[in-house]
Design a protein around this ligand. Sequence first.
Ligand SMILES: Cc1cc2nc3c(=O)[nH]c(=O)nc-3n(C[C@H](O)[C@H](O)[C@H](O)COP(=O)(O)O)c2cc1C
Length: 219
Amino acid sequence: MSLEEVKNYMNSIRRDFADRPLNENSVKDNPFEQYATWFEEAVNSQILDPSAMNLSTADAKAKPTSRIVYLRDIIDSGIVFYTNYNSQKGKNLAENPQASATLFWSELERQIRFEGEVEKVADEVSDKYFAARPKESKIGAWASHQSDVLADRKELEEQVKFFTEKFKDTKDIPRPDFWGGYRLIPNRIEFWQGRPSRLHDRIVYLKKDNDWQIVRVNP
Ligand SMILES: Cc1cc2nc3c(=O)[nH]c(=O)nc-3n(C[C@H](O)[C@H](O)[C@H](O)COP(=O)(O)O)c2cc1C
């Protein structure tokens, strides 16, 4: 397709959504319980990557940037992902510790949005997660200066070779101190369910003190 054809095609795609209601009276009181209910349905629907979420951060001047990361854990009402602390997202979060994260499960016509403050998880939490990763992933974490410019692919492969050699007799490869988890502690969580004629259901949990207020918002 030419770019012109692509533009026309994008414009012509319209899909209507099935009629699967989401009701403020039947959702769980706690948004993480609601997430668990939906997550189970996502797994049962064989969604390929149900934990892949689009994470948006911003620098000190509020310039936004987004990328996909995996939601790996839920700890003390916070969603946890792992990354390189020196990456672009890591630098953003050091300057401006707020983020939003969005999951989209196309097959179920569902979207979940989290917004809130972000902090690093405790070292022991990152250590435990790192220890459970395959050896190749551990070496990859050491080898990659995530988000920095590489001269070429070979430079990365040399780094992998270097750390493979360095750790060849090491049973428990240690976690690099520049790699670990973050916890996004949401004060707003939205569950979106596609409905016919763009009259979608949007149920929002707002954190009030230590409780959650549930409201419905316009589609
Ligand atoms: C499905 C998928 C899952 C990903 N999971 C992670 C992840 O858990 N952690 C991570 O650092 N990068 C992950 N990435 C790579 C990021 O999208 C991104 O390229 C990388 O983190 C660098 O982002 P940054 O330069 O904005 O910091 C994933 C990418 C995809 C497509």
